[in-house]
Design a protein around this ligand. Structure first.
Ligand SMILES: N[C@@H](CCC(=O)N[C@@H](CS)C(=O)NCC(=O)O)C(=O)O
Ligand SMILES: [Fe+2]
Length: 293
């Protein structure tokens, strides 16, 4: 069995997100991970530039899409899972604890009609569950902390760790969104670091510290050696103190209130109203994190 996954990354400079196609070269089957549906908050316009770029790549390479995977309900961009399902027919999936995120945000949005049962996805993955991409074996790790529902997809010799570890020079993801926990994130990171040392890790964002070019691939060994937030010297308590102190300085993502109402609904845009237009709804004074100077 061929264990080597072929990974192609698609960086979105608007949201600093990294989207992936992970393919089994032997069977030409692939999965799409964390695709972005474009949104311009100034004009309220949506677009499918990122997702269409991924579709073009898949067509050029003659790949067949087996899965459309999200690692967590994103707080900074819309998921293109629904759009890509409409184009490819492939099933969508996310971690089963997404129901906890749905319940939490159903309250924040005061949204009684939302079905908080995960029925918006074709598959909800449980911790330890396996799946396949062609002949590559996939396995799910439960990796909460950044959100209640975050999971890691291990596929062959790779792992899609999204918002746990960033590149070693960028540290770790924040843990201060509703349902977040720095202590739980530390535990999730320890589990990722217990994967084989040569495992290729693909992160979900790169904020290009110091303006360097975007990067997204590291290994377990490189993270252990070089990630300042999780070096072996740091205990869980020390990590929590560092993480929580940094989180207190971070404003909320500019699209958090836009994005969660789409993403907890499986990437569905709101139904059009009688005039054919779709509308978002925001709570006022529901989240902390404004800096009034
Ligand atoms: N400035 C970005 C921030 C996005 C953000 O908060 N990203 C999360 C992942 S969804 C994170 O962990 N950020 C870490 C950091 O900004 O240090 C935005 O407004 O979208
Ligand atoms: Fe995130």
């Amino acid at each position: 069995m061929n264990l080597k996954a072929e990974v192609t990354a698609f960086f979105d400079p608007r949201t600093f997100s990294v989207q992936y196609v992970v393919a089994d070269p032997a069977t030409k089957k692939c999965a799409i991970v964390d695709p972005v549906l474009d949104f311009d908050e100034k004009s309220g316009t949506t677009a499918t530039v990122n997702a269409d770029h991924i579709l073009d790549f898949i067509e050029e390479r003659g790949l067949a899409v087996e899965w459309i995977l999200d690692t967590h309900p994103h707080a900074d961009h819309f998921s293109a899972a629904r759009y890509l399902k409409s184009k490819t027919g492939a099933p969508t999936a996310i971690g089963e604890r997404v129901v906890d995120v749905q319940k939490l945000w159903k309250g924040i949005y005061n949204w009684p009609e939302l079905n908080a049962d995960g029925s918006q996805w074709d598959k909800l993955f449980a911790e330890g569950e396996t799946f396949s991409v062609g002949e590559l074996e996939g396995k799910v790790l439960f990796s909460p902390g950044h959100t209640l529902a975050s999971i890691t997809y291990v596929v062959g010799d790779t792992a899609f760790i999204h918002d746990t570890l960033f590149m070693p020079d960028s540290g770790t993801a924040r843990a201060d969104f509703p349902g977040g926990s720095a202590g739980r994130l530390w535990q999730s990171i320890q589990e990722i670091l217990s994967l084989p040392a040569e495992t290729r890790l693909f992160t979900g964002h790169d904020y290009q510290p110091g303006g360097r070019e975007p990067k997204w691939e590291s290994t377990v060994a490189e993270q252990k050696a070089g990630n300042s937030h999780i070096s072996k010297l740091l205990t869980e308590a020390e990590f929590v103190a560092v993480r929580e102190a940094r989180d207190r300085t971070l404003p909320m993502p500019k699209l958090i209130l836009h994005a969660l109402q789409i993403n907890i609904n499986g990437g569905r845009l709101p139904e059009p109203e009688a005039n054919g237009k779709r509308y978002l709804k925001f709570p006022l004074d529901a989240l902390q994190g404004a800096n009034w100077g």
